[in-house]
Ligand binder design. Sequence first.
Ligand code: AMP
Length: 267
Amino acid sequence: MHRKGDRTAWLKGGRATCIAPGPFPKRPWYLVLLGPPGVGKGTQADKLVETYGACHLSTGEIFRAACRNPCEAADSPVMRAALDAMARGELVSDEIVIEIIRERIRCLHCMHGFLLDGFPRTVEQARVLDQLLEQVGTRLDAVILLDAPEEVIIQRLSGRRVCRQCKASWHVQYKPTRVDGICDNCGGELFLRDDDRPESVKVRLDAYRNTIGPVIDHYRDSGVLHVVDASGSPEQVFANIRAVLEAEGRPWEKTLDEAAARQAPPA
Ligand code: AMP
């Protein structure tokens, strides 16, 4: 099942499978969400999953899941190197990330569709994703780039708190809990992610700026890139995304329609 809350195949990789598939959407959406850390990708991903039914595939979550279950995937030199890089706020090497995606290739042609979040982050990753999608016969419908000024991002990141138990995300200013430091959902303790500490935030933003330009150019050249203003409230940002998806639709479908029309015999 690729509804939010399961994603076993994505989080564990290898032979793991999701439990009890739900109904497939009529037309699965295949989307990529790009943007600097802290711009609100996770919040928008939840809304996109709810509205369009796509499965939320976050590479950061794979690493965090490995951190929580060190007995499983994390217990390998490769994963330990990845988790060390992550704790310093650095990017995990392309080699490791690509290996992790290859292991999960089934998720790239799931009939529930997908919303990739945090991948690709380098042009090498974007090229490999193109190859993998071609291999499984899937096309990206849209790449959404969330854009906001740096001050907004730093403010969002430094105030974010995550529940140790249920992993819900809160914000000291924009989404406070009723009791300071305690999760409203489950009573769990809230904590500041290592990579949300000010010293790591700076490294993460630099890493983003240093690698994302060619990824953006890559998708702009492919005609699937949409830049969305993400400086407003979560609801405003989501309205911007919906407007883009619903106005632009799926460029490749238009291309296929045009190709079919060209081949149609004259009336
Ligand atoms: P995120 O939750 O997407 O911000 O990811 C958290 C951390 O995981 C990043 O700061 C990186 O250390 C690592 N990471 C996640 N996805 C990737 C990726 N596609 N390439 C390299 N590192 C990644």
